[in-house]
Design a protein around this ligand. Structure first.
Ligand code: NAP
Length: 265
């Protein structure tokens, strides 16, 4: 039903956490996948583990905040896979998050805007012309439900990635007739190293036990009463949208948050 067999997928920031789970979802369903992140050790480990299931997985070190590195990443992915049919833009987190506005400085903002916004702009530019020539493509920007309900301690991320909603809409209009769909995915809570790290820092700064914060800020707001599973809950949506069954869904933002968001907009 969800065949992505033979599709060539670039998933960025994908040696751990959400990106890793998404890369696995595609790889385990027969796609050819390129993964990336900054650390060579993480890359080697992830490649070894994913290749046990699907040998058609490639990887290269790349920093989402560095434009040259993004150009190199796309060249590499095109070379090893022969092209890119599906782009999944995932990122890490600003190093000083969680942080409130008054504690941020210009360097935090520059990093965050390069990380979330400029990376998505550059990667989209680099993949779209080939997608147009093939008259098929998928672009996903992985974002968060918190862009609809911004959180004080996530000010860097929420403000920096909100414009991707506008970019999603504009690109969907520009490229819809070329067989290319563009969507933003508003993710809820998934159990990752990054989520644990961010929440631990927050708990420490407030002098509150991690378990209490985890329950009150993460678990309790989830309507379905459980944390998400990246491959099953997020991966399956991306697989569906990557087939021709998903070809009528574009220019939108889709919540995958177990009902966390209270927004109706
Ligand atoms: N987890 C959640 O519940 C949740 C919910 C909503 C949204 N999100 C968003 O989803 C994204 C991923 O979160 P996560 O929880 O999966 O994080 P994570 O567990 O920390 O994983 C981040 C991955 O990205 C890589 N990375 C970090 N900074 C990078 C950079 N500058 N360039 C390239 N790769 C980089 C890391 O590897 P290296 O260190 O080797 O680079 C790692 O592979 C974040 O933007 C987060 O805000 C997460």
């Amino acid at each position: 039903m969800f065949s992505v067999q033979g599709k060539r997928v670039l998933v960025t920031s994908s040696t751990e956490g959400i990106g890793r789970g998404v890369a696995e979802a595609f790889a385990f369903h027969g796609a050819t996948v390129t993964i990336s992140s900054r650390s060579k050790d993480k890359l080697t480990k992830a490649l070894n583990e994913i290749r046990r299931v699907n040998p058609s997985v490639y990887g290269i070190e790349s920093d989402m905040t560095n434009q040259d590195s993004l150009h190199f990443l796309v060249s590499y992915a095109k070379e090893v896979m022969g092209g890119i049919d599906i782009l999944v833009v995932n990122t890490g987190n600003p190093p000083r998050e969680p942080i409130t506005f008054s504690d941020t400085d210009l360097r935090d903002w520059e990093y965050s805007i390069r990380l979330y916004l400029l990376s998505a702009v550059t990667l989209s530019k680099l993949v779209l012309s080939d997608m147009v020539s093939r008259k098929w493509g998928r672009i996903f920007f992985l974002s968060s439900w918190t862009v609809r309900e911004p959180q004080s301690i996530l000010v860097l991320a929420d403000v920096s990635r909100s414009p991707l909603l506008q970019l999603t809409k504009i690109l969907s209009k520009d490229y819809g007739r070329q067989g290319i769909t563009i969507n933003t995915i508003l993710m809820g809570s998934f159990p990752t190293e990054g989520a644990t790290r961010t929440l631990s820092r927050y708990a420490e700064s407030k002098g509150i036990p991690f378990e209490k914060i985890w329950k009150e800020r993460v678990l309790d707001p989830i309507a379905v009463g459980r944390i998400g599973n990246v491959r099953a809950d997020l991966g399956s949506l991306l697989l569906f949208l990557s087939t021709d069954m998903g070809s009528y869904i574009t220019g939108t933002s889709i919540l995958v948050d177990g009902g966390t968001s209270s927004s109706v907009g």
